[in-house]
Design a binder for this molecule. Structure first.
Ligand code: S3P
Length: 431
């Protein structure tokens, strides 16, 4: 990532048009990992364009599973069963916490030692949350500073566990279920709050039986996976930037076909509707258990509100853009129970507060959230991405309604989840 990149965003009067959103990042990671340990060649259409997902594919290649882009653009991954090859060098996870955390579950069940490392941001992120369950299952994992990457995983024979994570994290759940697939017995993950279920749905798509009762997901070890051909739905968390852009201008109108509508992610739409955006969804379909639909959104009155508890967990990736646009709401926005935001690709509470203040906004920063009053007028400013894709994109949207243009330093970070974001935004911003 070249953090010297700068994007300029000029104010807009509306956003109008059709946006084709790249494939979902969460699903693409899981499909790439499971394809590698399945039998046969899997083919993924509309695979995520995110740099993070290519970190996953390249780790799978280093573990002896080739992948390529076919002529029609699909990503093909060559699977050869659950036992991977020992890598000849360290596995580079780049900026991707999803890669490191979920891949750990698969590495825990391998008969070799491997080491994963990442960039500066990933090297600061907490890994104890996956080290604890994997150690209980029988893997030996070493980290730096009590739970920071790099991670050395010595895999082996695993035994099933009943795990109750303290943090609500879909990455942890998928990690333990992936390890559970390679373990002896029935592994259970009992979550404090139900998180996104792409891991369960992907395992099921590749042919494994995964059960659920209440907030507990369970999987029997030793099941074999079979290659699939799948179309990855558009990433709702990327669509969120355009939805919030539409919310800023009463005469906006945005259409986004083929977007992920999985109920564990689509809470975002409920909240946006509650906050005043007019949203309709058409052409609902199901692909490998994932719901997909076309979203049409129109601006209305951007009212604001409170996000807390299970809503915070469900919207964790979209809070930066909701918060960055909150000063333009009628009533402001309060975000609670969001301590996890401090250990994402950046400290997202501090990053949002710092950039909003640079734009002249009032914001109250709290240990586990923030309160941003509404009806504020912001000025264009020089803003920092903090090398965090969602902060770069969130402030591109906030800049659309500021007085005067803004520059975003380190804008290239957007490519971690959405290469081409700034170009796409230009095509719909009406001036
Ligand atoms: C993800 C889960 C969330 C989310 C991340 C992707 C996933 O992280 O923030 O962008 O694909 O499972 P946590 O599991 O740490 O909450």
């Amino acid at each position: 990532m070249t953090d010297s990149s700068t994007a300029t965003v000029r104010p807009a009067r509306s956003v109008r048009g059709v946006v084709r959103i790249p494939g979902d990042k969460s699903i693409s990671h899981r499909y790439a990992m499971l394809a590698a340990i399945a039998d046969g060649t899997s083919r993924f259409h509309n695979f995520s364009a995110a740099r993070d997902c290519f970190s996953t594919l390249d780790c799978m290649r280093a573990l002896g599973r080739s992948w390529k882009r076919a002529e029609n653009g699909a990503i093909e991954v060559q699977g050869r069963g659950a036992q991977l090859s020992a890598p000849s060098e360290r596995l580079n996870c780049g900026n991707s916490g999803s890669t490191m955390r979920m891949l750990s579950g698969i590495l825990a069940g391998q008969q070799f030692e491997s080491e994963m490392f990442g960039d500066e941001s990933l090297s600061r992120r907490p890994m104890a949350r996956i080290m604890a369950p994997l150690s209980q299952m029988g893997a030996r994992i070493e980290s730096r500073d009590g739970g920071r990457p790099p991670l050395k995983v010595r895999g082996g024979s695993l035994k099933a566990i009943h795990y109750k994570p303290e943090v609500a994290s879909a990455q942890v759940k998928s990690c333990v279920l992936f390890a559970g697939l390679l373990a002896d017995g029935e592994t259970m993950v009992e979550e404090p709050i139900r998180t996104r279920d792409h891991g369960e749905l992907a395992l099921h798509a590749f042919g494994a039986e995964v059960g659920r009762s209440g907030n507990t997901a369970h999987i029997r070890g030793g099941q074999k996976l079979t290659a699939i051909e799948a179309h990855v739905p558009g990433d709702l968390s990327s669509a969120a930037f355009f939805l919030c852009a539409a919310a800023l201008f009463p005469d906006s109108q945005i259409t986004m076909p083929g977007i992920l509508m999985n109920p564990t992610r689509a809470r975002l739409l409920d909240i946006l509707i509650r906050m005043g955006l007019k949203v309709s969804v058409a052409h609902l379909e199901e692909h490998h258990g994932e719901l997909v639909g076309a979203i049409e959104a129109q601006g209305g009155t951007w009212k604001g509100g409170v996000i807390s508890g299970a809503d915070t967990a469900a919207l964790i990736d979209e809070i930066p853009v909701l918060a960055a646009t909150a000063p333009y709401t009628e009533n402001g926005l309060e975000v609670r129970d969001a301590k996890e935001l401090r250990v994402k690709e950046s400290d997202r509470i501090a990053a949002v507060a710092a950039n909003l203040r640079k734009m002249g906004a009032e914001v109250e920063e709290r240990p586990d959230g923030m309160r941003i009053p509404g009806r504020q007028h912001l000025q264009g400013a020089e803003l920092d991405s903090f090398s965090d894709h969602r902060i770069a994109m969130a402030f591109a949207i906030a800049a659309l309604r500021a007085d005067g243009q803004s520059t975003i330093i380190g804008a290239d970070a957007a490519g971690v989840s959405y290469p081409g974001f700034f170009e796409e935004l230009e095509t719909v911003a009406g001036r």
